[in-house]
Design a binder for this molecule. Structure first.
Ligand code: SF4
Length: 304
């Protein structure tokens, strides 16, 4: 089955990565998010079109033979990969053959309270979980979760998982205009994330047109939202919307004040600061008024 594997994709952070789709035939998800790039589909608690473990493993083996310089293998799905019933066996088998390659999973976190899912996810080198909402009302409205999925259980499940997991745990928040960009929702997410202390938080918005008529927030709004989170949280603005903003002139004080509120990446610096301000930034860096820190492959600058 050739459509199980996609890529390779090159990225600064992951190097060369291959994707593994655990539901290549159709969307199988327990969410039906308003921002989903796949067509809307009825939510389901379990997959009803299930690939055999052998088919997936043989597709992975032949892809790894073909691409011997892969850095990451990303387990994902047209839908939610943890609904795949043999996920535990799959990761167990992949770990036997992966060599130096790191294995990452992208999940919507809906099943994380399930001990079987936690057991499987503990065997991954890196886990990235979506958490768009801290309240049930938001989860129902934005992620349109399957009946019975409870955001409090998800939050407790992530906390429990984090207490056992030794690898990097990344939380991804996708912000959608008027849905989860309110002060109340962000405050609740902030409160929870301070408890969780994930390795990194990726804050993004809609980058490609979804099936429903929902709107992204601008980069300026994302930056403003990022300031509503505690500055100690390792938050990274991951949206491609960055390209929309115009560079501005920042005094040295303004640069330091901005970094005090929120550490920024090299990309953010290039998006926000004009040439002169970038020179000021470099001077502050040389003077050690700004320091560089690295969190799971992403370099941040913060006020020293
Ligand atoms: S969790 Fe992912 S696949 Fe499922 S509906 Fe949401 S965006 Fe689409």
């Amino acid at each position: 089955m050739s459509n199980i594997i996609f890529g390779p994709i090159h990225s600064r952070r992951f190097g060369k990565s291959l994707g593994v789709d655990l539901s290549p035939g159709k969307k199988q998800c327990n969410f039906d998010c308003l921002y989903c790039e796949l067509d809307p589909a009825k939510t389901m608690a379990d997959q009803d079109e299930i690939l055999s473990l052998e088919d997936i493993l043989s597709a992975i083996k032949s892809a790894l033979k073909q691409h011997q310089d892969i850095d990451f293998l990303t387990i994902t799905a047209n839908g939610e990969p943890t609904l795949y019933p043999y996920l535990n066996d799959l990761i167990h088998e992949i770990n036997k053959i992966k060599g130096k390659i790191k294995i990452l999973i992208l999940s919507n976190a809906s099943t994380i309270a399930d001990p079987k899912v936690q057991h499987a996810l503990l065997q991954f080198d890196e886990v990235k979980l979506s958490l768009d909402c801290a309240t049930q009302k938001c989860l129902k409205k934005l992620d349109r979760s399957h009946n019975g999925i409870d955001v409090e259980k998800i939050k407790a499940g992530i906390l429990e998982f984090k207490s056992k997991y030794r690898g990097p745990l990344i939380i991804e928040i996708l912000v959608v205009k008027t849905l989860n960009d309110t002060k109340e929702e962000i405050a609740k997410l902030n409160e929870y994330l301070l408890k969780l202390q994930p390795t990194r938080i990726d804050l993004g918005t809609i980058d490609r047109p979804p099936a429903f008529d929902v709107k992204p927030v601008s980069y300026a709004e994302l930056l403003n939202i990022s300031h509503q989170f505690d500055s100690a949280l390792p938050l990274y603005i991951s949206s491609r919307k960055k390209a929309e903003i115009k560079v501005s002139n920042y005094s040295s004080e303004q640069i330091l004040e901005t970094l005090r509120k929120r550490p920024l990446t090299q990309e953010d610096i290039e998006v926000l600061l004009d040439k002169k301000s970038q020179q000021r930034f470099n001077f502050l860096l040389k003077e050690k008024k700004i320091e560089r820190v690295e969190t799971n492959g992403v370099k941040f600058y913060k006020k020293a």
